[in-house]
Design a protein around this ligand. Structure first.
Ligand SMILES: [Zn+2]
Ligand SMILES: [Zn+2]
Length: 339
């Protein structure tokens, strides 16, 4: 008899819905059980071991097996609701190694939001409203179904959406998210979001000849660089239908997606703007202004003291998919997640 067969499951259970996150399933389970909040379920799980700060980050182990038994689901099914199902497309591994099965903490920090954003249109259309795991994937801040920016904070009380609310449709202040006016991006912005979504699902390379994990790593670097280049960001914002006011992070990721989509021309266009800004200090995100460019020799490597013309010259000569793939290796830190 398997371990989970020995345990008594929850008397009221709900099956996972397509693309649902683990936090969402726990919320719906708590509601089905008649609990006032999800705290009782979490307290039960903590008896078996520590929980991660974000429930969607729960990895394999004793707690996950216990939860699977309570839900009468397989551990594989429960794991498919967590960020670790995206590990093959996101976690960097050494050359020649098998794709990762677990997202390490750096990958989670880089790729997943600590907030709990929702699409108000998806929720309004759902027969059973629930949260999708993809909504916490930082490179895709747009609902790929409706083309609207995901809601990260309540427009009434200005608080970030709380993960422990039992009613997924409503803020603790009473605001119904389905009443929030959707902000729809341009068709160009939606196309960028959909391409990234496909890249996550394994629907073709984002950059020719480069694994998805390396492509997303590179885009993270590009998002960090564009995030510190307001002129470039403003132009991208106009193309995707967003203003910098309140949507900085969203535009930065879409700017990175643009660079990947029109590679390398868009990258060189960005360099023309990037080289005009001050590079003699670190950015607010802790990332230096020097781009992570691999060059043939240490002496040719662009540095913060490189002249603008020299920087571009070296960049043109050395940037390639292969050089990026070589540059990004497991354990290399990139950008501190802010959303
Ligand atoms: Zn939607
Ligand atoms: Zn509120």
């Amino acid at each position: 008899m398997r371990h989970q067969d020995c345990l008594r499951p929850f008397p009221a259970r709900v099956p996972p819905l397509p693309g649902e996150s683990l936090a969402s399933l726990i919320r719906r389970t708590a509601a089905a059980m008649g609990y006032e909040n999800v705290g009782r379920v979490l307290a039960l799980l903590r008896e078996r071991g520590p929980l991660p700060p974000h429930l969607n980050d729960l990895g394999p182990g004793r707690v996950l097996h216990y939860l699977a038994a309570l839900l009468r689901q397989s551990s594989e099914t429960v794991s498919s609701l967590t960020v670790h199902c995206c590990a093959p497309a996101l976690a960097l591994v050494a050359a020649g190694r098998q794709p990762a099965r677990i997202c390490d903490s750096r990958t989670i920090l880089r790729c997943f939001s600590s907030a709990w954003p929702v699409c108000r249109l998806c929720l309004a259309e759902d027969e059973i409203p629930y949260e999708r795991l993809i909504w916490s994937f930082r490179p895709v801040p747009i609902c790929v179904e409706h083309g609207c920016v995901l809601v990260r904070q309540c427009p009434t009380c200005r608080q970030r959406l709380r993960e422990d609310r039992l009613d997924v449709l409503r803020c603790r202040c009473g605001q119904r998210y389905s009443d929030v006016e959707p902000l729809v991006v341009s068709s160009h912005g939606l196309a960028l979001a959909r391409r990234l979504h496909q890249g996550l699902l394994g629907g073709g390379p984002l950059l020719s000849g480069m694994p998805a994990a390396a492509s997303f790593w590179w885009m993270d670097r590009m998002a960090a660089a564009t995030d510190e280049t307001p002129d470039w960001l403003t132009e991208v914002g106009q193309r995707v239908g967003l203003t910098l006011d309140g949507y900085h992070d969203e535009i930065a990721w879409l700017a990175a997606a643009e660079i990947v989509q029109d590679w390398p021309q868009q990258f060189f266009g960005f360099l023309d703007v990037f080289q005009q800004i001050d590079k003699h200090r670190n950015t607010a995100t802790g990332v230096g202004r020097r781009l992570p460019i691999t060059s043939p020799s240490p002496t040719a490597r662009p540095s913060s003291n490189s002249s603008p013309s020299g920087f571009r010259k070296v960049g043109r000569a050395t940037i390639s998919s292969a050089s990026i793939a070589n540059r990004c290796r497991p354990g290399k830190s990139s950008r501190k997640a802010t959303a």
